[in-house]
Write a protein that binds this ligand. Sequence first.
Ligand code: ADP
Ligand code: ADP
Length: 226
Amino acid sequence: MAVIELRGVSKCYGNGPATVPQLDLEIRDGEFMVLVGPSGCGKSTILRMIAGLESISAGDLLIGGHRANDLPPRDRDIAMVFQNYALYPHMSVFENMAFGLRVRDFPKLGIERRVRDAAATLGLSELLERKPGQLSGGQCQRVALGRAMVRDPQVFLFDEPLSNLDAELRVQMRGVIHRLHRQLGTTSVYVTHDQVEAMTLGSRIAILDRGVLQQVGTPLELYNDP
Ligand code: ADP
Ligand code: ADP
């Protein structure tokens, strides 16, 4: 079953040519779909339309089989991880991770338990009282992951989450994300311009060029039919 479906989805910024012309794409239950392509090809735009952070110019977005073009972001059971972490600098690690649950009126005890569980999984237990300014880039990205995890959403969206990390940390965090997906099985859409990242993380990969889908398949299928 498709958890997310894009049917003839287009995006135009202003009056120029479409950034994304007529995209058809299905994200299936439990898969880890990687959108890969050069910088500026529209990957982030596609993710932001799925999240509801960017309007859709034409076509339909379906979430769980229902048309969701105009559904407010907060009403989508989706959590997004950004390249620049997007943490609140004045809040502690705990408060940053709890925020998405607080604004949804989740019970206090449940928030505490979820944040502590996620922090333990991500090796953040000792850092819960710190502010983002006192953390390394890798630690910030773990907090951003934790903030998405505690929501236990139907879908994770990742927008180049490792691009600001050095090579060693990138490999390490790739492992963390891979393990999380194996454990949780949460349907994921992951955007990157890094082909190695795409091949190692993706259960399926969609290759994009200028907003147009070139190929979709498992890493093995793409490897055998380059
Ligand atoms: P990618 O994620 O693949 O790097 P983006 O989706 O960020 O690509 O951008 C695709 C194209 O759309 C780029 O040419 C970018 O400059 C343009 N673009 C992205 N966001 C906006 C915006 N808010 N307004 C105008 N143009 C935008
Ligand atoms: P990313 O690679 O994560 O998409 P960008 O630097 O391309 O980062 O974009 C950062 C932010 O600026 C995004 O919210 C994007 O939508 C917006 N943006 C990108 N290109 C443009 C543009 N040409 N005009 C206005 N906003 C843009």
